[in-house]
Design a protein around this ligand. Structure first.
Ligand SMILES: Cc1cc2nc3c(=O)[nH]c(=O)nc-3n(C[C@H](O)[C@H](O)[C@H](O)COP(=O)(O)OP(=O)(O)OC[C@H]3O[C@@H](n4cnc5c(N)ncnc54)[C@H](O)[C@@H]3O)c2cc1C
Ligand code: FES
Length: 507
């Protein structure tokens, strides 16, 4: 449970105005339709519009309120520990391109903020990956050597401004942080006009592409015609590219507390271990807000998500001098099995439909890079990173634990179908909770609200028919297979599903 002053909403969303762009109503034909108004969709849209294309950005909810509105918003090419592994897996020249492309994304954001005077608390910061136990030091040193070999601004340090002891850290100079929603709201307001559109509350259901005619983007309110389409819905809502099988959804939690600036760490930090914490500050009221993230797990595999917040708050209290928590929120990102995002065509046979996904919790730089890359592909411009991130590449580096994660999904799919669900009568559902039931052979997800009314929906996810599970902190039904989420009464909150859970009438 939150304390009385703690809000369960992203600080970025709470501290910026709600947007009210129109829903789709009239016929629209544009050069490029962009589905999803997160950092990928909005970056691609401004680039394409600047190059003279007409665009329509189509958002099912409100702009910058998906993963991009719930991030920690560190803009860095230091992605915990990746470069030593990348050199091992794909060689020095490709690993160098990875580093360069993320550095280019940082400079793109910095350049835009300066050129358009975007008021978004942008500041240059050092980024650190730190080892608390000495047993993790070898990995840190290997990462420093790898990053220096690739020309990245890396060094090894043993002292940081963290208020607890560390064994050592890798430091990247001249990275950045910002208020992501202030930045994205600025990008958004430059889109409408001169034949371009920004549409909210318009869910896209399907995209039809054939070589002869423009693409048809089928929305819940009608059809939009476009020459090219970018599916920037986090995980693509279109299944043809099988991206749901090449990535897995990782949920992560954030808590935020006001901190005395003299006791706050300077820079952006992440631990090197598996259960690491991510740390930064941001301007808040007359001082600073400390943001700490962690307690990640695969979507839908933890029911007592309230415990994740509790553990995170305990970690913060044990490591920092803070009083009360001001915010807490959580969200998810798609992790790619080979560590590289997928950016390019939907399938090898697509001519006009593009995707970007698999940012592995580093989508501020990779999402920006994807928007830049996709706009280049549509404009027919050379881009040095197109081959590395080619979305139609084979994915040859399945590590055993990642392979296991794929097997988990398959096992859940089969297992869920064979076992009876937890209970069989609605009376077993307590107030304020959700339970899975089997009633008359049907798998039911039932939630009882605080007034005692039961909301019963099918427990079968409309995406590819896995069984959803209850998430008690967010009061949602979550699907472990590919990360779709639904409200307690079955409305879709997060794709790839474009449909709600089916309503059930229990007699
Ligand atoms: C807790 C957390 C912390 C993170 N911290 C960092 C960090 O510090 N640094 C970093 O680099 N990255 C971080 N990331 C990762 C980063 O936030 C994401 O990778 C990035 O925001 C993804 O952007 P996106 O544009 O792909 O997706 P989104 O921002 O989710 O945008 C997709 C949009 O598509 C819309 N949509 C979905 N389906 C439809 C449909 N059918 N029709 C129309 N619209 C649709 C959604 O509503 C959404 O607005 C973090 C992620 C999490 C979860
Ligand atoms: S998200 Fe794919 S089956 Fe539920």
């Amino acid at each position: 449970m939150t304390n009385s002053s703690e809000k369960q909403i992203s600080f970025w969303i709470d501290s910026t105005p709600t947007t009210a762009y129109p829903a789709f109503s009239n016929r629209i034909a544009v050069d490029v339709a962009i589905i999803g108004a997160g950092i990928v969709g909005l970056t691609a849209a401004i680039q394409l519009k600047k190059a003279g294309k007409t665009v329509a950005v189509i958002e099912s909810g409100h702009i910058a309120a998906g993963a991009s509105g719930h991030t920690t918003a560190k803009v860095t090419s230091l992605h915990q520990l990746i470069y030593a592994d990348l050199i091992h897996q794909i060689g020095v020249s490709k690993a160098r391109l990875y580093g360069e492309s993320n550095q280019a994304a940082i400079e793109f954001i910095a350049g835009l903020v300066a050129a358009e005077q975007i008021d978004c608390d942008f500041s240059r910061q050092s980024a650190y990956t730190f080892a608390e136990p000495a047993t993790e030091l070898d990995q840190i040193k290997a990462e420093v050597n790898a990053a220096i070999k690739l020309g990245l601004p890396a060094s090894f340090v043993q002292e940081t401004s963290l208020p607890f002891a560390i064994a050592g850290a890798i430091k990247f100079d001249n990275q950045a942080q910002f208020h992501v929603r202030k930045y994205l709201l600025h990008l958004a307001q430059t889109i409408p006009g001169d034949g371009s559109h920004l549409l909210e509350r318009t869910r896209v259901l399907q995209v039809e592409e054939d070589q002869e005619n423009p693409c048809q983007v089928v929305t819940e309110h009608g059809v939009i015609n476009a020459h090219d389409v970018i599916v920037a819905t986090h995980l693509p809502i279109l299944d043809q590219g099988l991206f749901f099988a090449k990535t897995y959804p990782q949920r992560s939690y954030l808590v935020a507390a006001k901190i005395d600036p003299t006791k706050a760490p300077e820079g952006m930090f992440i631990g090197s271990g598996k259960d690491s914490h991510s740390i930064r500050t941001t301007p808040y009221q007359d001082g600073l807000l400390l943001l700490v993230g962690g307690e990640g797990h695969k979507v839908g595999t933890v029911t007592d998500t309230e415990a994740c917040y509790q553990k995170l708050e305990t970690y913060v209290r044990n490591h920092f001098e803070i009083d009360t928590f001001a915010y807490r929120w959580s969200n998810q990102d798609m992790v790619s099995f080979d560590g590289l995002p997928y950016v390019g065509k939907l399938t090898p046979f697509s001519h006009h439909t593009y995707v970007a996904t698999g940012f592995s919790l580093w989508g501020m730089s990779k999402g920006t890079m994807s928007g830049m890359l996709l706009s280049d592909l549509i404009l027919g411009k050379e881009n040095p990173y197109a081959e590395l991130y080619d979305s139609t590449r084979a994915t040859p580096f399945l590590e055993p634990d990642l392979l296991k994660s794929g097997i988990d999904v398959a096992a859940r799919w089969v297992g869920d179908r064979l076992k009876n669900l937890e209970s069989s009568t609605l009376t077993e559902v307590p107030k304020g909770e959700g339970k899975l039931l089997t009633i008359n052979g049907e798998k039911i997800a039932a939630y009882r609200d605080e007034q005692g009314a039961v909301h019963a929906v099918s427990a079968v996810c409309p995406h590819l028919a896995c069984i959803v599970s209850w998430n008690n902190a967010e009061m949602s039904w979550d699907c472990a297979c590919h990360g779709s989420r639904f409200s307690c009464d079955g409305k879709v909150l997060h794709g790839p599903s474009v449909k709600d859970l089916e309503q059930q009438i229990i007699v």
